[in-house]
Write a protein that binds this ligand. Structure first.
Ligand SMILES: NC(=O)c1ccc[n+]([C@@H]2O[C@H](COP(=O)([O-])OP(=O)(O)OC[C@H]3O[C@@H](n4cnc5c(N)ncnc54)[C@H](O)[C@@H]3O)[C@@H](O)[C@H]2O)c1
Length: 464
C-alpha cells in the first residue's frame, strides 16, 4: 500500500513545506538485503563498571565482524580481548565519527547514582548516530538482580531507552534487552536481530532473554534450514510476508488459509516452494489436520498463528455473532490448535509457537472491544503457556501497530493518517517488518526467548 505523504516528503518541495510547517519527516528505513552484513557501519561499545555481559556482547560483535570502537575502559577492553574482538580506540572528544549502533552493557549498574553511566556514555555521542541506527542497552533482568537497589536501577533503564527512541528520530530504534543470570550464551539471536535492518520497525521494546540450551552450528544465513512451518492466513498481507521470510530462512512452509482463498494460497506456496493447506482454522479438527499436513515433512517445527479478522462496531451496536467470530478466529482457535499439538506430539522438540497480537490488545481501541479482547487474550496465551512448555519449545508474540496492508488501507483517511504518523518513525510499517520479527522468534537460535511480546509498531504512542 502506498504512503503518498512519505513520497511527497522526499521531494524538494515536500522537504521545504515539511520543514517550515514542522510536520513529521519520515526517514526511509533500512531493510534487510540478501548477502549484506548484519550491520553496515561502525558500532560504539560501552559498559558500566563491573558489568558482566561485555564478554557475551563482544563475542557476538566478533562473530558478525562488526567494526567496533570503545573509549578508555580497561574492563571492557579485557572482555573484548578475551573473545578476540578487535576494539578500535574512540575518543569522546571526536565529533566527526558516526556510528550505526551504540551498544551499552548496563549490567553493572547497581544503584540510582550509577545510572549516570548511561548519561556519560550516550550524551557525548547523541548527535553521532546515523539514520536507521540502533541504540541497544543490555541489562540484568531486574527480578534476578542481586539487591533491591540493583533491581530498581535495572528497571529504570526502560525509561531511558523509551525516551531515546522518541528523541533520536532519523529512523533510529532503541531497545532494552534483559538477560537472566546464566543466559549470556542465549543473547546472540537477539543482538543479531536488533543490530540488523530486520528490526527496522521495532523500537522502544524490552526483550527478555532466559537461560536455555544453545543450538550448535547455526547457519545464520538459513537459520530455519530443515524446519517445517505452518503459517495461518498466508494467502495475503502479513501472512504472505511471513511465508516468504520463513522460506527465505530455509523452512518448508505450509501455507494455510480458508478454502475461498485457495487460488492465492497456491500462488504464495508456488512462489516459495511451499505447500497448501486450505482449512478454516476454527474447525474442530484443525490441530489434527495441521499435524497430518506436516507428518511427511519430518513433523511440525513452527506454527505461526497469523490468521485474524476485525469486525469493528461500538459495543452498543455490536451483534453477538461479530463478537463470537472475532474471538473464535483470533484467540480460541489458537488455544485449541496449541492444545492439540502439545498434547498429541504435534510439535517437534525445540518447536516454536509464534502468535500475532496487536497494539489494540495493549491499548484498546474505539469500536474494537471484540478485537482487543481477542488480542489481549493472545498476550495472556503467551504469558501463561510459556512456563508450561518443555523440550525447548517456546511461545512468543508480535504485536503489530500500523502496518501497510489491505486491512489498514480500508481505514478512513484521517484516522489512517493519524495511525501512520503517531509513532517514533512517523510512518507505517511493512508486512516484512512483522515477518522478520516472527522469523527471529522462530529461529533455532532463539530457545532463550519464551513468553516475550514484542511490538512491531515504530514505538507507537498507543499503549506506550
Ligand atoms: N495490518 C495491520 O496493521 C495489523 C495490525 C495489528 C495486527 N494485525 C494482525 O496481523 C494478522 C494479519 O493481518 P493482515 O493485515 O495481513 O490481515 P488480512 O485480512 O490481509 O489477512 C488475514 C488472513 O487471515 C485469513 N483468515 C481469516 N479467517 C481465517 C480462518 N478462520 N481460518 C484461516 N484463515 C483465516 C484471511 O483469509 C486472510 O488471508 C491478523 O492477526 C491481524 O489481526 C494486523
Amino acid at each position: 500500500m502506498s504512503d503518498q505523504y512519505q513520497t511527497f516528503a522526499k521531494s524538494p518541495i515536500g522537504k521545504f513545506v515539511i520543514k517550515n510547517l514542522g510536520l513529521p519527516s519520515p526517514t526511509a528505513l533500512d531493510r534487510f538485503e540478501a548477502g549484506a552484513p548484519v550491520i553496515q557501519g561502525a558500532v560504539l561499545l560501552g559498559a558500566a563498571v563491573n558489568s558482566t555481559l561485555s564478554g557475551a556482547i563482544s563475542q557476538v560483535l566478533s562473530n558478525i565482524h562488526a567494526d567496533t570502537y570503545a573509549g578508555n575502559n580497561a574492563q571492557l577492553q579485557q572482555a573484548a580481548a578475551d573473545v578476540g574482538l578487535n576494539l578500535r580506540a574512540f575518543n569522546s572528544g571526536d565529533k566527526e565519527s558516526k556510528f550505526k549502533a551504540l551498544v551499552f552493557d548496563a549490567s553493572g549498574i547497581e544503584n540510582a547514582d550509577q545510572l549516570k553511566d548511561l548519561y556519560n556514555f550516550f550524551n557525548p555521542v547523541a548527535r553521532q548516530i546515523l539514520s536507521s541506527g540502533r541504540v541497544i542497552v543490555i541489562g540484568t533482568t531486574p527480578e534476578t538482580a542481586g539487591s533491591v537497589s540493583a533491581a530498581i536501577a535495572q528497571r529504570a533503564l526502560e525509561g531511558f531507552v523509551k525516551s531515546v527512541g522518541k528523541e533520536f528520530k532519523k529512523g533510529v530504534a532503541a531497545e532494552l534487552v534483559y538477560v537472566d543470570q546464566g543466559a549470556e550464551a542465549n543473547l546472540e539471536s537477539t543482538l543479531r536481530f536488533l543490530l540488523s535492518p530486520r528490526s527496522a520497525y521495532v523500537s522502544g521494546q524490552v526483550i527478555r532473554v532466559s537461560k536455555a540450551d544453545v543450538a550448535k552450528e547455526i547457519d545464520w544465513s538459513k537459520p530455519l534450514a530443515g524446519k517445517t512451518a505452518v503459517v495461518t492466513g498466508a494467502s495475503r498481507g502479513i501472512g504472505e510476508a511471513i511465508a516468504h521470510v520463513l522460506a527465505r530462512d530455509g523452512a518448508h512452509v505450509i501455507c494455510l488459509d480458508i478454502p475461498p482463498q485457495q487460488a492465492d494460497l497456491e500462488r504464495v506456496a508456488g512462489e516459495i516452494g511451499g505447500s497448501v493447506l486450505a482449512l478454516d482454522i476454527t474447525a474442530a479438527d484443525a490441530g489434527e489436520k495441521i499435524k497430518a499436513a506436516a507428518a511427511n515433512k519430518g513433523g511440525l517445527d513452527i506454527i505461526v498463528h497469523n490468521a485474524g479478522v476485525t469486525r469493528d462496531k461500538t459495543l452498543a451496536n455490536m451483534k453477538p455473532e461479530l463478537w463470537d467470530m472475532v474471538v473464535n478466529i483470533n484467540l480460541a482457535s489458537n488455544e485449541r490448535v496449541n492444545d492439540y499439538l502439545l498434547n498429541n506430539d504435534g510439535l517437534n522438540a525445540n518447536g516454536r509457537i509464534v502468535c500475532v497480537s496487536s497494539i489494540s490488545g495493549i491499548a484498546g481501541n474505539l469500536g474494537q472491544t471484540n478485537y482487543a479482547v481477542s488480542k489481549a487474550g493472545v498476550i495472556g496465551l503467551v504469558k501463561f503457556t510459556a512456563p508450561t512448555l518443555k523440550n525447548g519449545i517456546t511461545i512468543n508474540a508480535v504485536a503489530p501497530g500500523f502496518i501497510e496492508t489491505q486491512m489498514t488501507a480500508a481505514i478512513p483517511f484521517a484516522i489512517r493518517e493519524a495511525g501512520r504518523r503517531m509513532n517514533s518513525m512517523s510512518q507505517g510499517g511493512l508486512p516484512v517488518d512483522v515477518a522478520e520479527t516472527i522469523a527471529y522468534f522462530a529461529s533455532t537460535a532463539s530457545t532463550g526467548l519464551n513468553g516475550n511480546v514484542v511490538r512491531v509498531c515504530g514505538q507507537s504512542l498507543l499503549g506506550a
